[in-house]
Design a protein. Structure first.
Length: 369
């Protein structure tokens, strides 16, 4: 009986340990995954997970590449990739499962970092699990660009949306929570006929004539001279004559000031960046994409990750086309954070390797807001 009891207890302990990333069995990940080298005798094996967003996103592909590079190039750090419903959900997952914080790298954005909290006891929009104040900046990737796609070229800006049918993100999606406040400042929110859901649903609704405008997304370099639309916008542009309505800059700046939004206003001056029919300068929402960690992630884990990232930065384009935009000239710029919001090991790594840090590169900062 004693032997049976001990064996049963051991089975329970092993099962529980598999639920915690730092104790789970190692897995290889990525398009060219290979057997990981054995852990160094001088350092215990440590397992991290990337919360990567949707499988059709650039972040998902890029983090698979990073996991692959970690597993090939570290003797003790191991990485896996977890699919999630989106960037905002990544923060919620670690808040609601705090035991995963020391083992998690979060794909996020400056807009997510604004953490719009739902007022206590009210039915307003926002998240009921915020604020999450222990997240720290790790490294910058590229930039999410949000714009409103329309099929009527007479809809020049969001000021023309009065009484129109507008498709937006879900009620807890970051893009909607910030757009809602911008539309309110523009004086059009109460008059629009709102439909909410995912990007794919929005593109389909616009193509089918069910809405007049739909929020869209794509990725650009930190210095936005190029653009890769997400799959749904690319399909829409291939089948329809798509135009882009401007965010109103005055309303946008008012919302930033009133609500503390972390998104920035950017005017894309180069023609045809967003699509073939974008022939005039267009005002968009500029939202840096990045990797973040909880402050509890050990310094040596952060340093090992950044060592591998820097050594293999020219290989990231092998995993997603936008990886070629990630350079040492921009990875240290947070898009939103002061130095105290960087993970201390990341800040030290950037300074030791002469990598520039700050909010935005000077050539971009002059174009924003």
């Amino acid at each position: 009986m004693k032997v049976r009891f001990i064996l049963g207890a051991l089975a329970i302990i092993i099962s529980i340990s598999l639920l915690i990333p730092g104790c789970s069995s190692p897995q290889s990940s990525g398009p060219a995954a290979s057997a990981a080298p054995a852990a160094s005798s001088s350092h215990a094996e440590y397992k991290i997970q990337f919360l990567a967003g949707r499988p059709d996103s650039a972040e998902y592909a890029t983090t698979h590449g990073l996991a692959d590079l970690i597993n090939k190039n570290s003797s003790w750090l191991r990485a896996t990739v977890i699919e999630t419903s989106g960037l905002a959900a990544n923060y919620e997952l670690v808040v609601k499962k705090p035991e995963t914080k020391p083992f998690t790298i979060i794909c996020g954005s400056a807009g997510n970092y604004s953490f719009i909290t739902k007022p206590a006891g009210e039915g307003g929009t926002g998240w009921d699990w915020t604020p999450y104040n222990d997240v720290r900046f790790l490294i910058r990737l590229n930039t999410n660009v949000h714009s409103y796609a329309v099929l009527d070229k007479n809809l020049k800006s969001i000021l023309d949306f009065k009484g129109k049918r507008v498709f937006e993100g879900g009620k807890t999606a970051t893009r909607f929570l910030s757009d809602q406040r911008i539309l309110q400042e523009a004086g059009v929110y109460d008059s629009i006929k709102l439909t909410q859901g995912g990007f794919g649903e929005g593109a389909t609704a616009l193509a089918d004539g069910l809405v007049d405008a739909s929020i869209t997304q794509g990725l650009s370099p930190v210095i936005p001279t190029d653009f890769v639309p997400d799959a749904t916008l690319a399909q829409l542009t291939a089948s329809k004559q798509v135009y882009f309505a401007n965010f109103d800059k005055t309303a946008f700046l008012s919302a930033i000031k009133k609500y503390g939004l972390s998104d920035s206003v950017l005017t894309i001056t180069k023609p045809k960046v967003l699509g073939p029919n974008q022939t005039e300068p267009t005002v968009v929402k500029y939202d840096p994409s990045m990797l973040l960690v909880d402050k509890s992630v050990p310094d040596d884990v952060v340093t090992e990750f950044l060592r591998i990232f820097l050594a293999n930065i020219n290989s990231l384009g092998d995993y997603h086309v936008t990886g070629k935009w990630i350079t040492t000239k921009t990875i240290g710029f947070s898009g939103y954070a002061k130095e105290t919001d960087y993970h201390p090991a990341a800040l030290k790594f950037f300074k030791d390797n002469n990598i520039a840090i700050g909010i935005n590169p000077p050539e971009l900062a002059s174009a924003l807001n």
